[in-house]
Design a protein around this ligand. Structure first.
Ligand code: CA
Ligand code: CA
Ligand code: CA
Length: 139
């Protein structure tokens, strides 16, 4: 159940792009900021005509790209080929990704390391951010 949260956030962010009013993003300080970031990221990637918003078409493309990415991720780590990631497979995927992107070798992915992994196209498993919502002092 926890695995879908990140995707949902992205879908939510995409949905938010289609709303005429984005006032909620301003009202909810931290969360708004986070959404804003995702939004910028999505726009950067999928705003093909550069008008600063996602048209129906661009949104579809964004969704398709994310779905594709997710499917590619599953295909990559679905060792028993049942089309989904079991807890074991997720754990293995996580371990592999950490091993690959843990540049400072502390055994976990910092925000920066995660960022690098994401940019490299990994759909990172693991607990979604914002559940605990600590101000980790990295601001
Ligand atoms: Ca556009
Ligand atoms: Ca599987
Ligand atoms: Ca690390």
């Amino acid at each position: 159940m926890k695995t879908n949260t990140k995707t949902n956030t992205l879908i939510l962010a995409i949905a938010a792009l289609s709303l005429p009013s984005l006032s909620f993003a301003k009202d909810h300080g931290k969360k708004g900021k986070h959404c804003e970031k995702i939004r910028e990221h999505i726009l950067e990637k999928f705003d093909a005509d550069g008008d600063g918003e996602l048209s129906e078409e661009e949104r579809e493309a964004a969704k398709a790209a994310m779905k594709e990415r997710k499917e590619a991720f599953i295909a990559k780590y679905d060792t028993d080929g049942d089309g989904e990631l079991s807890e074991d497979e997720k754990q293995a995927a996580k371990d592999l990704i950490i091993a690959q992107y843990d540049t400072d070798g502390d055994g976990k992915l910092s925000r920066d390391e995660r960022q690098v992994a994401r940019e490299a196209g990994e759909d990172l498993p693991g607990p979604p951010r914002g559940r605990k919502g600590p101000r980790g002092g990295d601001e």
